[in-house]
Ligand binder design. Sequence first.
Ligand code: ADP
Length: 560
Amino acid sequence: MSSNAADDKKTIPDIIIDKTRNCSYQRLRFFGKGGFAKCYEIQHTGTKEVFAGKIVPKSMMTKSSHKEKMAQEISIHRSLTHKHIVGFHSFFEDISNIYIVLELCKRRSMMELHKRRKAITEPETRFFMHQILEGVRYLHSHRIIHRDLKLGNLFLDDDLHVKIGDFGLAARIEFDGERKQTVCGTPNYIAPEILTRKGHSLEVDIWSLGCIMYTLLVGKPPFETSSLKDTYKRIKECEYRIPSSLRKPAVEMIVMQLQEDPLKRPSVDKLLQHQFFTSGIMPAALPLSCLTTAPRTDQLEKLALQRRPLHEINYIDDGHCGEKISVPQSNRKHLFALRDQLDKLMSTAPSDRWPVLTDELSDPAAQPLVWISKWVDYSDKYGFGYQLCDESVGVMFNDTSKIVMLANGVNVHFITREGQEIYVTMDDYPPELSKKMKLLSYFRRYMSDYLMKAGASAVVRESDGLSRLPHLHQWFRSTLAVIMYLTNGTLQINFQDHSKIILCPLMQAVTYIDVEKNFRTFRFSTIEKYGCDQKLYNNLSYALDKLNAVLGIGPMITFS
Ligand code: ADP
């Protein structure tokens, strides 16, 4: 199923023409690839509105079942309009492809959020589950069963609002009491009654919602095993465990959804009234930083205190943050994971051919959210300053304490040498921090005067109060490169020739910024299969050497 740029150029034109509506779209960024579809950002040439263009080559639609499925997907999706369903704009075809024009969900899906964060906090789960349920309530009230609700089909927009998408396995209930007998495809969070072919209906979505809620709070799916066969066995027997760290309302709600008997599962309306939604805080909005870092627990607790009557204070939602505010994450495990991944990559990837890495081999969904766009080494006196791609700035002082200022230029997070986080603002901080605050301003001014493109205007958002950014955990320089390691597991290496690599063990991907400043992200598995260009290969090999050195894993020195 390999594709190359030349093929795409031939079959997916730069200007896509919708003859029926007499309009056209310009094809912009490659956005991702699914089983059949390729997704591009596309722009209406008249209105300049930007959409997601899901493009399916007709050459892939060989079987009549594929055609039927596609027709069903379009027929269902086009009939839906709701704020928590991916907007369906239009569809059309030309000689080579079918084009589906959809609302663009820039923040990808909850799948990427899950890969980066694993278990998320209870308030975040509440925020997402409420929206997902509202979307499903709309579907069910229109007698639509989605049948493949999973994290990868829950898309996110710039406000982290959920949009349910991908109606490839959806079905319409044609008459009261209809039980569907089959699904043509394999739903991810498949309900027991589908496996046992007992006939199924709307309740299969409630089962999937239970799996989603469990996965969000626990960090892994409820029935996961190492083989599909065992997983299916567990599903049929409804065998799963809930960790004792989850609070009662959450446990109760999960248990209600994951019942073997579909008729015992509650309706969406019932779920929306569940105590889970009223027994803790519901954030009004979440900051984008939640895509990679847990929000500030102190703020969540403050919100909880403000909103709750006094007699309920003993029920404070601790956000299930586990780590609380102060304990630094164990970062070494990310480094070890990355080392193992690179080791496998270097021993698997073909090194006898150097294919051109095309856009279509890239995986933009695995792109890092945070990387270092500027740095200043002033460690002979004070420390190492840097700017992140969102224009926040940080300093790692020589005494290994750290400071980070959000892009809004107001919120400042100070991280002590012991890893405790202290939250202050530019005009309200304890006197003992004043020298470090001055240095932060100094570094910031230096980077904006000398290194930064000017004029980014900072906006303060309400959700900034919850924001926590990854920060620089360690850095060092060699003759060839600067190596920077962030608390979220990202390892960035800037080489002297200005090429850069950004490695992420959670997404298992490398972003390669070549000397021409092309910015592309490849999964390790893609490189293992196809290889990569020689320069990137050398950069990766350098990264592995450095990781081995840092982690003290090197060739054993023996004396004969
Ligand atoms: P398929 O049905 O062939 O599996 P998908 O629906 O998975 O195709 O879409 C392919 C890729 O496009 C995925 O990476 C998905 O994340 C992305 N995608 C699909 N719809 C949208 C959208 N509305 N906004 C942004 N990205 C989208």
